[in-house]
Design a protein around this ligand. Structure first.
Ligand code: PHE
Length: 434
């Protein structure tokens, strides 16, 4: 049974797949808009602090739990103690909620690929976007199309597709980002954007900044919904988990920073609002595309590559639910994928409609889309990460000395895993629920 599980061909393949999972819409779409809503540079400082130190621990814990148990998410918790099964089940559940709004944004990207912006008569892209998201029918179709592509690739057991996307498309994505950064920095008043991003005003920091920064850090690293645990369970004999974890964190952070340096100078150059919310990237980028030669081709290329980055993340989310259904319920891969498709579609459609037909329907004062985004990043992912730390640290007895000979670092890891990080995570879940 154990031998039938898939496994990575090499450490490189694993690290690339994990980076593929981490780098996605979280970096390019979510990071700039969350930063824009939470005080710019001050948020960045808190975010970097959290992602470079605290998030390292739940990331390693998830990978190790997968690697030791060699099970899909629910089975991994169950094998530690059968009573922990419901906690394990919270992971694919969180994943389904995340996918339900993530795939809406994936649908917007598909739609933008079809649009191509330069030479169009549009001059006000903010207004354009606000009308665009209200178009319920086309957005529903594109959301379902995006979901279908992810499900299709996952059903085919995609290894080749994912590796292609990671090896070829991601470097291309980095190159096009660099090109757009270069173009953005040439714009008038670009320096104001850089100041906004790098000159912190610490008076803007409050407990919510920490909560939001942590939610973003967990989201972007794919921690707290079983994706890294599942990918970790396909690791054969990797001793360098901590090294892999830092490679994942650094690559992911680099992509987020690049997205910021591309977006904020453009915002300030065109007099847009950094805190305008979820449409930020979709409103800002067309202004650059409209400025540069062959902007429509660059626009299509950019959104195709962003689509590829979103797909590699989407697949890693789906894999959690699909692995649970195939390994636990003995579903065939196809049946598991169809089941996941239906479950996600049922929630993703109202999320898509929350910008149009359902814009007045609120849950705790938030639209369906905003509610799903908030509850997953700020409550469920930190909660799942908390359980992972507690279970690996206290029940499974994972210790820092397993990863390093340096006693100081090992000791710090132990304190972090058993006390400090779970306490911080729980504190933030509490703030999130208040
Ligand atoms: N990390 C992905 C991104 O930044 C999103 C994601 C979240 C993927 C959770 C898997 C699990 O886009």
């Amino acid at each position: 049974m154990e031998n039938q599980r898939p496994s990575w061909t090499s450490r490189g393949a694993f690290v690339l797949a994990a980076i593929g999972s981490a780098v996605g819409l979280g970096n390019i779409w979510r990071f700039p808009y969350i930063m824009g809503q939470n005080g710019g540079a001050a948020f960045l400082v808190v975010y970097l602090l959290l992602i470079l130190t605290i998030c390292f621990i739940p990331l390693v814990a998830e990978l190790v739990m997968g690697k030791i148990t060699k099970k899909e998410c629910i089975g991994a918790f169950e094998s530690v103690n059968p009573k922990l099964k419901p906690i394990g089940a919270l992971n694919p559940l969180t994943g389904i909620l995340i996918m339900s709004f993530y795939f809406v944004v994936g649908g917007w990207i598909l739609n933008y690929i079809c649009l191509g912006f330069s030479n169009s008569e549009i001059t006000d892209f903010s207004e354009y976007f606000s009308i665009f998201v209200q178009n319920s029918y086309s957005n529903c179709i594109f959301t379902l199309l995006f979901l279908f592509v992810c499900v299709f690739l996952t059903a085919r057991g995609v290894k080749k597709g994912i590796e292609f996307a990671n090896n070829i498309l991601m470097p291309m994505f980095a190159i096009i980002l660099l090109f757009l950064i270069f173009s953005a920095l040439q714009l008038p008043n670009a320096h104001l954007g850089l100041e906004y991003m790098f000159k912190p005003d610490f008076s803007k920091i409050n407990p919510h900044t920490f909560l939001t920064a942590l939610g973003q850090a967990l989201f972007t690293l794919s921690i707290g919904m079983g994706a890294m645990l599942t990918y970790g369970s396909y690791i054969k004999d990797d001793k360098a988990i901590t090294k892999s974890a830092y490679t994942i964190i650094f690559s992911d952070t680099l992509f987020a920073l690049m997205a910021g340096v591309m977006i904020f100078p453009t915002i300030f150059s065109f007099g847009l609002q950094p805190d305008s919310g979820a449409g930020l990237v979709f409103v800002t980028l067309p202004y650059i595309f409209a400025q540069i030669p062959h902007g429509n081709i660059v626009s299509i290329a950019f959104f195709v590559l962003l689509f590829a980055a979103a797909i590699t993340s989407g697949i890693s989310m789906l894999e959690v639910a699909v692995a649970a259904l195939t390994e636990r319920m003995k579903f065939s891969r196809i049946k598991a994928c169809i089941t996941a498709f239906c479950l996600i579609a049922v929630i993703a459609i109202p999320a898509t409609l929350s910008f149009g037909l359902l814009s007045d329907f609120k849950i705790f004062d938030k639209t369906v889309f905003d509610f799903l985004d908030y509850i997953t990043s700020n409550c469920l992912m930190p909660l799942n990460a908390f359980f992972i730390c507690i279970i690996t640290g206290w029940v499974m007895g994972v210790k820092g000395e397993m990863f390093t000979q340096n006693r100081l670092l090992a000791g710090l890891f132990d304190i972090g895993l058993r006390f400090a990080v779970p306490a911080i995570l729980l504190g933030l879940v509490y703030i999130g629920l208040k």
